[in-house]
Ligand binder design. Structure first.
Ligand SMILES: [Zn+2]
Length: 467
């Protein structure tokens, strides 16, 4: 039995005004090569200057991942040539990254993923291939990135997906990144090896630049299959960089893997040490709102929500806010949650916390039915009307009076249009009962007590058979 061992390197584009070492606009979608200067395109004599605003989202990332923030940090040059890198080197942090030793908890799989480090680096240009030509857009050159490096703690694609989803949600909520995977603002490299249980780590391959959760999961599946097959045939895994083709789901060798030695890293002589004081980190910590992942956990603990419900409610700050307030006002956590979940599945307009809590009370006291509560809530979410007044003004109260319900039942049963359903029921087709209940409910304008309608209807039908 083989085990798959996975570590991730996640690149996240930081949401800032300027680039990492110049004041050019950091903006996606502008015309080609309009946000460039001598620094980000590496012209001779240009000296990079660290853009301090980048430190805010970077340190936020470190704190969100529960890292220790280094008091002193600096940049190193990673040297290689490629058309997307006009300087001839990337500015990264190999020796003294700004954040180390973090972790993140995955509630669904119950695992803790250790974070080895987070470092800053500048992005390369974007290469686009069209009609046999290559177009280079240097707008992306110098865009600030953080690279999050995990320990090889993942064993399945599900764990990786859970991690990526939490990461994206939390970083977006903290304003670190816009997290648009389709625009490449979060990209993951997958380091993967397989081993028989109990054995030491196997040789790993790296699959680069995965930009969708689906592709990441598929690439993990394909690459572990490929490695296991190769080992089973007596082959050996070599340290390679792989390319995953999303359209064909095929994985193939891109190049034989280079070591960090090949890049001749050295500290960048143009850039001095950066000091990150404890006070600065504390200020940044205060800027981070309650993260969606923490809120989800708190709602489960404080309000007894199921994890799936908590996740849906916390997907939007506004929804979470309405839930929390309404639950606190009414004390009816379950009723509030189920009303709100049904409501947001069907409607864009959110009710106020007061309206939601009053509706929950009306439903819980039996004054209105669940169906009526749905109607009421979607009406008052739009009109802003008070639920109590809504009920008062429309006589919108559940009908529980046996006599009234019996009258409606009689009317439905004596309607010649329903004669076939009635005779079907008597010949044993139980299914038509639902149809007849629906007819009675319509007769009662949706306000009948469903349980009572059902039992009175059944009594009359069965009574007819007996008679
Ligand atoms: Zn520039």
């Amino acid at each position: 039995m083989y085990e798959t061992v996975i570590g991730l390197e996640v690149h996240v584009e930081l949401k800032t005004e300027g680039k990492l070492f110049c004041k050019c606009q950091n903006r996606f979608g502008d015309p080609l090569n309009t946000n460039c200067c001598e620094i980000c395109t590496g012209l001779p004599g240009a000296i990079p200057v660290f853009n301090e605003e980048c430190l805010i989202p970077a340190v936020k990332t470190g704190l969100i991942l529960n890292c220790e923030i280094s008091e002193k940090t600096r940049f190193d040059r990673k040297n290689y040539f490629y058309p997307d890198l006009p300087k001839g080197y990337q500015i990264s942090q190999l020796y003294e990254p700004f954040a180390i030793n973090g972790h993140i908890d995955l509630p669904v799989s119950g695992k803790t993923i250790r974070i080895r480090e987070v470092h800053m680096e500048d992005d390369a240009a974007k290469l686009m291939y069209e009609n046999g030509r290559t177009v280079v857009d240097y707008n992306r050159c110098g865009v600030p990135l953080v690279e999050i490096v995990t320990m090889p703690d993942f064993r399945t694609a599900e764990e990786v997906t859970e991690f990526m989803e939490i990461l994206r949600k939390d970083l977006r909520a903290a304003g670190v990144t816009d997290g648009r995977l389709e625009q490449g603002s979060m990209r993951a490299d997958i380091n993967l090896s397989v081993r028989k249980e109990g054995e030491s780590l196997g040789t790993r391959t790296e699959t680069k630049n995965m930009a969708s959760f689906k592709a990441i999961a598929k690439a993990i599946e394909e690459e572990s299959k490929r490695q296991i097959l190769l080992l089973e045939k007596g082959g050996r895994i070599s340290q390679q960089t792989m390319r995953f083709d999303e359209e064909t789901s095929r994985i193939e060798v891109m190049r034989t893997k280079e070591n960090s030695d090949d890049y001749k890293y050295f500290p960048d002589p143009d850039l001095p040490y950066i000091t990150i004081s404890e006070e600065f980190s504390r200020k940044i910590r205060d800027m981070i709102p309650e993260l969606p992942s923490r809120k989800e956990k708190r709602f489960m603990e404080d309000f007894g929500l199921r994890d799936e419900d908590s996740r849906v409610i916390c997907r939007s700050d506004d929804v979470a806010d309405v839930f929390e307030k309404a639950a606190k006002i009414s004390g009816l956590n379950d009723v509030v949650a189920s009303l709100l979940l049904t409501h947001i599945a069907a409607s864009e307009e959110l009710p106020t916390p007061e309206a939601l809590s009053k509706t929950a009370v009306l439903l819980h006291s039996g004054k209105i039915s669940a169906g009526m509560a749905r109607t009421l809530l979607s009406d008052v979410a739009v009109s802003g009307e008070d639920p109590d007044e809504y009920v008062e003004n429309r006589g919108f109260v559940r009908i529980t009076d046996d006599g009234l319900i019996a009258d409606a039942v009689d009317k439905v049963l004596s309607d010649s249009g329903n004669a076939k359903a009635v005779s079907d029921f008597k010949s044993g087709k139980d299914k038509v009962l639902g149809f007849l209940v629906g007819k009675v409910m319509r007769e009662l304008k949706g306000k009948g007590d469903a349980e009572k309608v059902r039992s009175i209807l059944l009594n009359k039908l069965v009574g007819d058979i007996d008679g």
